[in-house]
Design a protein around this ligand. Sequence first.
Ligand SMILES: Nc1nc2c(c(=O)[nH]1)N[C@H]1C(S)=C(S)[C@@H](COP(=O)(O)OP(=O)(O)OC[C@H]3O[C@@H](n4cnc5c(=O)[nH]c(N)nc54)[C@H](O)[C@@H]3O)O[C@H]1N2
Ligand SMILES: Nc1nc2c(c(=O)[nH]1)N[C@H]1C(S)=C(S)[C@@H](COP(=O)(O)OP(=O)(O)OC[C@H]3O[C@@H](n4cnc5c(=O)[nH]c(N)nc54)[C@H](O)[C@@H]3O)O[C@H]1N2
Ligand SMILES: [Mo]
Length: 676
Amino acid sequence: MTGNKTYVRTTCPRDCYDSCGIVVVKRDGVVAKVLGDPNDSVSRGALCGKCAIAYNGVWRDPAVRLGHPLRRTGRKGEGRFEAVDWDTALAEIAQRLQTIVDHHGPASIWHTHYTGTCSKIAGGFPLRFFNRLGASEVEPDSICNLAGQLALEYVFGTAVLGFDPRSARDANCLLLWGVNPSASGPHAHKHWFREAPGRKIVVDPVRTPTAEAADLHLQVFPGSDAALAFSMLHVLRRKGLIDRAFLSRNAIGWEEIEHQLGDCTPEWGAAQTGVPAAVIEDAAGIYGRGPSLLWLGQGLQRQPMGGNIMRACALLPAATGNIGKAGAGFYYLNGSGRKGIRESYIAAPQLRREPAHSLSHMDLAATLEDSEKARALFCWNINIAASNPQQTRLHRALQRDDLFTVVVDPFLTDTADFADFVLPAASFLEFDDIVSSYFHLTLGAQVKAMEPIGVSLPNQEIFRRLARAMGYGEPELFESDAEILAKLLRDVGFSGGFDDFAGKGTLELWPEPVIQFADFKFPTPSGKIEIVSARAEAAGHPRTPLPIVDPRPAGDHLRLLSPATPWLMNSSYGNDPKIAAKLGPEAVTLHPDDAAERGIADGDGVEIANETGRLAAVARVAAVVPRGTALSGKSRWPGGSSARANVNVLNPGRKTDMAESSAVHGVEVTIRRASA
Ligand SMILES: Nc1nc2c(c(=O)[nH]1)N[C@H]1C(S)=C(S)[C@@H](COP(=O)(O)OP(=O)(O)OC[C@H]3O[C@@H](n4cnc5c(=O)[nH]c(N)nc54)[C@H](O)[C@@H]3O)O[C@H]1N2
Ligand SMILES: Nc1nc2c(c(=O)[nH]1)N[C@H]1C(S)=C(S)[C@@H](COP(=O)(O)OP(=O)(O)OC[C@H]3O[C@@H](n4cnc5c(=O)[nH]c(N)nc54)[C@H](O)[C@@H]3O)O[C@H]1N2
Ligand SMILES: [Mo]
């Protein structure tokens, strides 16, 4: 290679457990390659396959990225636009918003956002604008992990103070329950999981590469995990592995579980879950001897009874005393609050003058259909036309002419096709920010490596300019990135400025593995682990978790799982041609016996259908899923198919038992060979 090479170290801000350190290689000032940072303990010099392709593909391709604000010229959904300048776009948007505020009130303006970028400013600062505007918010976590959050809050008082991944060095057992890092956190799979010294147990209906790499795979039927947890507790009690001293000091309500355990024999558990009794025995023994780490996946709680399942699984660390000591604990999410970052500073809720309204993603399509309830919609950091349930109904609602729609994205997504205005977002390579991993207890520096594509702008700058166009005056709406970064770094106790942080790349905030709940103080009303929860009961839930399972699919129905896959990042990267080639056509995997019963052979065209929709796919036949289930993947770009649909065309948007969250892994379908 010729030319003068320079390097910029930065951090990947995708919604992924990994938060990899990145090196951007520049030649004569121009970005030549985006690589893993060899000095980063997570990426160790290699990005995952999808990011390596996309960051050297569409992510930097000016022909694919949005370079200018766009104003709609065609019908909604057609995706026909003209380029306009920022002043024109923002003045028109401001005027439309003001008219809606005057005639219908700001609550009829909805905004929906999620984790398109997880960096702190680009992910949070726009909330200041929406707070000032008085807009209504679609509850972000209801598309993802809210049931599990609420369930763990009932039991432990928090869902965001998980174990420190570094504590794996002291653990004799790692139990991964309903999580598949081989797809959802590829470096956690490749390094953290494989290198951990303890025995590995995976509970997953699918024989994922992570399950394959484990010592024990419990191939549970979807939605039956609470029965598995109770039968493991039965075994633990019989083996004398219940830590009664721990329970009496730190928990309330164990008696109410204990009297239910007699019937929950491993044979009963086997009948309920499909996991052989001997395997339940083994898993309970290994976990119970400890010290053990329990990783509760987000996939686990995307089930109709996901809240109950999470509460039931949460009994294991409590009953065995696997909390408050080295090598023990549970993990669901690690929040940035414990690292000193104040979400309320970033979002400035004090700017709100109107009551806040919120809505589950499961109710978004119905709300957008209703012109009384919804007059305008903003989508930023999210691609609802690909990711949300009730896809056909949602696409139809987005065609409403009187729903003023603004989409902020680096790409012309399926959602953007429905917009009145599309505003081009700069990518993480194009501005400074801070990335807080939700797995590792670290902070990563996101460092500008190139100029924004076209006239695209970081989210925060777009909303500063829109605030100005609205005539707002509050200083919080205009605080600069430099001021915010300095404040955030001060809050986390870092003594240097952003340049020093950038020089370090990643901050390990604690030198040694943090012991989860070392002080045995739980932020519940009682201060103890609440196996019995009065708060849950007051909210209409059972007092304790229950050993119940979902009914098995009736007749020829199959339970369809559509979790994270290795080549997509939710819908992100779905427009990269090299990724599309890796993905191949839409596919669905069936158990050989289920396939044979339906006369389906590997490679056949099939139709997946239910009361909500239908989807064409290619059948894959493999014993990696249990009988009665089918496996597909989430969130291809619908526009990539002739029917403009992906797997969410089959998702009725059923809510979990807690928190009105997504039960997407509880969808039932029929699968037939497509007629020739
Ligand atoms: N069937 C099925 N559906 C699912 C799931 C499932 O398991 N099965 N999982 C659900 C889950 S867990 C989630 S979290 C959701 C995720 O769904 P989404 O939040 O819709 O995630 P993405 O599809 O990646 O969309 C993020 C968008 O943000 C854009 N983006 C990236 N960087 C920036 C930026 O800096 N600024 C702006 N403005 N935009 C940016 C990307 O281009 C992309 O269009 O999907 C849900 N949908
Ligand atoms: N490559 C890639 N990485 C991603 C994402 C992506 O789309 N692509 N998405 C990101 C996002 S937004 C999230 S929320 C995380 C999600 O990542 P995870 O927490 O790993 O969740 P999922 O991928 O939904 O599902 C994980 C596993 O749960 C299993 N599962 C489904 N139902 C059940 C059940 O009833 N019981 C049990 N025991 N297991 C069950 C599925 O078979 C799957 O293997 O991944 C993030 N990382
Ligand atoms: Mo998610």
